[in-house]
Design a binder for this molecule. Structure first.
Ligand SMILES: [Zn+2]
Ligand SMILES: [Zn+2]
Length: 51
């Protein structure tokens, strides 16, 4: 289980992050404090997420 990819800590982000990382990008690290429903980190997982 320790090698499983984890989901990004930002609400609304669908990306997975490598073990040891909490966010998939600097965007998510900065945005997790703000209330955001959609992620704009630029990764394909989130880019295909159209609400
Ligand atoms: Zn994202
Ligand atoms: Zn993310």
């Amino acid at each position: 289980m320790s090698n499983e990819a984890k989901k990004c800590g930002m609400k609304g982000c669908l990306c997975t992050v490598p073990a040891g990382q909490k966010y998939c990008s600097n965007y998510c690290e900065a945005a997790h404090n703000s209330i955001t429903l959609q992620c704009h980190c630029g990764h394909s997982d989130c880019a295909s997420q159209k609400l």
